[in-house]
Design a protein. Structure first.
Length: 343
């Protein structure tokens, strides 16, 4: 059965700060945006890796954290009602008979749009996979690097691997519905929020879950279905833990991914663009933020904001070929005030 495509003006790949501000610039011009991101939340690197890291070089904001910046950008673009498609990766790109772009994602979502904007930072964030021989045979069936539907793990015997926020969050979220649940981490120190760690330890103390300090050394099972995991503890003891679901949260790495196969002009895994509109070597595909390169490029969020503004101006020509572009200032334009909801 064919998937009905979502028709929009612009598909933005990447929901980090630069992608979010691109929504604002496009929205001022009356252009609708859908955003695709591999993560389970908006904010890109700022929200995933550095939510509490202070940022000092955003104009007119002396200091804010990464998460605060994301929150303010989300508030700024609210009038334009963008649609987010999270936990999916942009994969296949082709042209329709009408000359629009057809973009398909790993989740089966299909878009048709005259403009594609790549704002993917240094690439897509993808989970670090389990470095064990044969692990790939279990992936997608009983070994997972992301939780898409909580109920898929109901009444399962679950082992969660990792010591960060994702690992602790899912231990706490799945414990009420799991038949049995355990956590394994290489050391008895965790990078997660202190409250999450305290709640996890309370569950261990109450006998509602198990905690193993050690490393996974092997997987047992057949036909992709997990039966048990072998763990070497910090004391050097080998134990076998029976489980039918393994969630591995070993952090994220950045890859250009399928975008590398789209025929764009690449330079050291970055996308070469012009500096007039930050258009790639393929007309109507743009790249802004850390993913793009050009002479004098600075990898700063504020530079990405500038790139998004010029991109939106050129994108208007592709999205509204029969309309004349009129430059307006937000300080004085009643038309822009209506779009911003402040008229």
């Amino acid at each position: 059965m064919a998937v009905e495509p979502i028709r929009t003006d612009i598909v933005i790949i990447g929901a980090g700060p630069v992608g979010l501000f691109a929504v604002f610039e496009a929205g001022l011009l009356g252009l609708e945006c859908h955003l695709v991101d591999n993560l389970d939340k908006v904010g890109g690197q700022c929200a995933e890796l550095y939510p509490d890291k202070p940022i000092y070089d955003i104009p007119a904001i002396p200091v804010c954290t990464g998460q605060e910046l994301v929150d303010r950008l989300m508030e700024q673009i609210r009038p334009f009602r963008p649609t987010f498609h999270l936990q999916q990766q942009a994969e296949k790109l082709s042209r329709t008979a009408e000359g629009r772009w057809r973009l398909e994602t790993s989740a089966g979502t299909v878009f048709e749009a005259p403009v594609i904007v790549i704002a993917a930072g240094a690439g897509s964030f993808v989970p670090r996979k389990m470095p064990l021989p044969g692990a790939e045979a279990f992936e997608g069936r009983s070994l997972f690097y992301v939780v898409r539907r909580r109920d898929d793990f109901r009444d399962r015997r679950i082992l969660v691997a990792g010591g960060g926020d994702s690992a602790l969050d899912w231990v706490l979220n799945l414990e009420p519905i799991a038949r049995e649940i355990a956590l394994v981490h290489r050391r008895d120190e965790f990078r997660a929020a202190p409250d999450s760690v305290a709640r996890m330890r309370a569950l261990v103390e109450a006998g509602r879950m198990k905690l193993f300090i050690g490393q996974i050394t092997g997987l047992e099972g057949r036909d992709g279905e997990l039966e048990a995991v072998r763990i070497r503890t910090a004391e050097g003891t080998e134990i076998r833990y029976g489980c039918d679901r393994l969630l591995a949260f070993y952090g994220l790495k950045m890859e250009l991914g399928p975008i590398a196969e789209w025929g764009l002009n690449l330079e050291r895994n970055l996308i070469r663009v012009d500096t007039e509109a930050f258009e790639t070597s393929v007309p109507s595909i743009f790249a802004i933020g850390d993913i793009c390169t050009y002479p004098g490029k600075l990898k700063l969020i504020l530079c990405g904001f500038h790139e998004g503004a010029l991109m939106a101006r050129r994108a208007f020509d592709y999205c509204r070929p029969n309309e004349k572009f009129v430059f307006r200032y937000t300080t004085s334009s009643t038309e822009l005030h209506k779009r911003l909801g402040v008229a």
